[in-house]
Design a protein around this ligand. Sequence first.
Ligand code: SAH
Length: 341
Amino acid sequence: MKNIYDITLENLEKDLLEKGYKKFNASQIYDWLYKKRVKNFDDMLNIKKELIEYLKQNYTFSTIKLIKKQVDIDVCKYLFELEDNNKIEAVYMKHNYGNSLCISTQVGCNMSCTFCESGRLKKVRNLKSHEMVEQIIKIEENLNIRITHLVLMGIGEPFDNYDNVINFIEIINNHKGIELGSRHITISTCGIIPKIKEFMNYDKQVNLAISLHAPNNEIRNKIMPINKAYPIEELLKTIKEYVDKTNRRVTFEYIMLKGVNDSEKHALELAHLLKGINCYVNLIPYNETGHINLEKSSKDKILKFYDILKKNKINVTIRKEFGSKVSAACGQLRSSIEEEE
Ligand code: SAH
């Protein structure tokens, strides 16, 4: 049986038409699911009994369970348990521009970036689309708000779960559903080139962020093993193609790691590398974790780095720091729970 939150409106229409129901029945169901937010088929009051029976026999409902919440100023971190007892996280952040949510796309991660807590647990499995949809629904309910901005920057590598991620975006972007605007959705990847190429041809204006974190292969190879498969020069060549093709600006994320990638020389090298690309750089103060022997750069270093990029005409921002109290860096809540267990 398929989970009802797994299905795009288009596929639901197809399914219902094939079974002799009407196309508009799918819109009615979407309305109950995503506008009125009912939690079982019996509550879909304007749907005929026979169709309700069909839905019950062919589709299941929600499966993920909220098991822990940590609250800090402008940030809430959630831990969910999946049907098979695996755990994932999502983080809500209140920004001046809206309500932003960071969701997970996999259980664990195979990318093995040295600084990242998520990768300490190797990938167990991909999340299904409904498990991504439900992170939004459950948090909107919990906080009684609507999410306005979504980032796929929680646990996992979205481009290692491409089909489910795209199916998920089709579901939440639909105006009859959750209706999250594609320009308000950002996919973050460590740089899986074949999938960036595929994503170039995706017709929705979803934003792309690249976890770059280093100005050269030597450093990137050390902290991001994926760089050995897809080195910086090939990654940037692909990004240039992406920008040319889509006319969209790309974000480069750059974690500031003390003594690793944060010197003035590195800033100049980065400026040189990104020259002429329609992009902006998001400098991320590293969120230190108990398990990993890396430290965040000092404020001075970060500001100096910022200034050098600015002077070299690179658009740059410094990410607002959220919730170090709530272990907001991805993977930290789950990993602290697993240690308690
Ligand atoms: N796999 C994807 C998305 C998940 S990681 C990717 O690599 O982009 C989301 C972002 O959080 C990445 O830029 C990642 O490098 C960053 N990140 C991971 N651990 C962090 C930490 N401890 N502090 C700050 N940022 C971190």
